[in-house]
Design a protein around this ligand. Structure first.
Ligand code: ASP
Length: 448
């Protein structure tokens, strides 16, 4: 098949064209044309992904849990999933801390730049502090309490409550396992049918991914240049070393740590693995939201990686909401960087505290743009660094958010394939399962 018919190439082309257009539009002052005519292409794509996320989690997780043979299978898969999520997040944090302590990017920021950054991002700091205040005042078990909704329809009506939807879906699935099969079957049929429908709709949505990605990137580039003050490039330059430290850490996670897991624990080759997950990485990069990317993540895991539906539907919705390796790494680098710029020395115990806090913060962070930076406020305050310090990292937030979201999604797919392989549930050979535009178009025509 010609390369340009493959979905990931079409998304890459959309991304590159969006970048090119964004730079051109920013230079030519086409800000309002872009927000009126180009940005809506991205917004429609993003809205469609968000629209499908809750029904997708509900249907696939209920079917996934109910199709496990018994509760012991569920707890075994659950144990492996949580264990791997915790392990990879801790590895990410350690890498972040080692890099930021070794490279010391905070040393390169001058006094003058620090003042300019603080003045420029003052309003963003206040906004994040307000948002983080509610998270900070809560008891240690509040995240567990928040996971259990009192009214399911409230949770399902708000995409930021995905963890509650995950909880309810697992709960219903367990209930279906506990009642006699013939009584469970009618409801299971409904969820199975809903699941099939949602999977088809995801394929249809992916049909517009290249155009959607074009719109999202074009708008992001144009608004970074338009909304920000004139010296944004200068400020970004000053943050260059810090940004490179985060990028190096994310690079080590994606290019070294995950491949080691894939090689050791799955039959997949690293090349096949990356070809398979590329569409999800590109959508994560363009949307900066692992929640919005979830439909695509599930699609590539099942179709391209060959992860069974039961495993994918359990591991991935959970991962999108609680497993954020890229976010945790970013938070550890950012926290120490801010302390370095402000001249605050952090003792080893405080740095270990960052590990603990960042694990919790990455679980608690919503799978939406900039959530990691808002949670950074909580970390800073807990280690005694002024939270206003996040002004120092805002200029580089958007590009780093794009990259860390791509890392988050990659981590989820890695864990899904390792868990699937360990359960004998990794089946389809990659080249047969590769998602192509023909599949997507076929689905859109109703013929696939
Ligand atoms: N945007 C990230 C995600 O959705 C979260 C964050 O780091 O801000 O995975």
């Amino acid at each position: 098949m010609s390369w340009y018919k493959k979905l990931h190439w079409q998304i890459i082309i959309g991304l590159v064209l969006g970048l090119g257009y964004g730079v051109l539009a920013a230079g030519a002052g086409w800000g309002s044309f872009t927000s009126d005519w180009i940005a809506p292409l991205g917004t429609v794509f993003l809205n469609l992904l968000k629209l499908i996320a809750v029904p997708l989690i509900l249907a696939s997780l209920v079917v996934g849990v109910a199709s496990l043979r018994d509760l012991s299978t569920l707890s075994r898969i659950g144990g492996k999933t949580f264990g791997l999520y915790l392990l990879t997040t801790t590895i990410a944090l350690v890498i972040g801390l080692v890099l930021v302590n070794t490279l010391q990017p905070g040393r390169t920021v001058s006094e003058d730049t620090r003042t300019r950054l603080e003045q420029t991002y003052q309003d963003k700091v206040e906004m994040s502090e307000d948002m983080a205040a509610s998270a900070k005042d809560r008891g240690p078990l509040q995240p567990v309490v928040d996971m259990v909704p009192t009214n399911f329809f409230d949770s399902a009506s708000d995409n930021s409550n995905m963890l509650q939807v995950v909880f309810v879906a697992i709960f219903i699935g367990i209930g279906l396992l506990l009642i006699p099969r013939e009584e469970a079957q009618p409801l299971l049929d409904v969820f199975e049918s809903l699941n099939e429908l949602v999977i088809r709709l995801v394929e249809v949505i992916m049909w517009m991914a290249p155009v959607g990605v074009f719109g999202l990137i074009a708008d992001a580039i144009t608004s970074i240049a338009t909304d920000s003050p004139g010296d944004i490039l200068g400020l970004l330059g000053a943050l260059g070393f810090y940004a490179m430290t985060v990028v190096a850490g994310l690079g080590i996670m994606v290019c070294a740590v995950y491949p080691v897991f894939v090689t050791l624990f799955t039959p997949l080759s690293v090349g096949c693995y990356f070809r398979a997950v590329l569409p999800a990485q590109l959508v994560a990069f363009s949307t900066s939201s692992s929640g919005a990317t979830l439909p695509v993540t599930m699609e590539v895991a099942e179709k391209n990686l060959g992860v069974s539906e039961e495993v994918a539907s359990f591991v991935l919705p959970l991962g999108a909401t609680i497993n954020m390796d890229g976010t945790a790494l970013y938070q550890s680098v950012a926290a120490v960087f801010i302390a370095q710029v402000l001249g605050i020395g952090l003792a080893v115990t405080q740095q270990l505290n960052i590990v603990l806090l960042a694990v919790l913060a990455s679980v608690g962070a919503a799978a939406v743009p900039s959530a990691g930076t808002v949670m950074l406020v909580v970390i800073l305050e807990s280690i005694g660094v002024p939270s206003a310090g996040i002004a120092l990292v805002w200029a580089a937030d958007r590009p780093l958010d794009m990259l860390r979201t791509a890392n988050n999604v990659t981590g989820d797919t890695m864990v899904a394939s390792v868990v699937a392989a360990s359960e004998g549930a990794l089946t389809v050979p990659i080249d047969e399962g590769q998602l192509t535009m023909a599949d997507v178009q076929g689905a859109a025509d109703g013929s696939a």
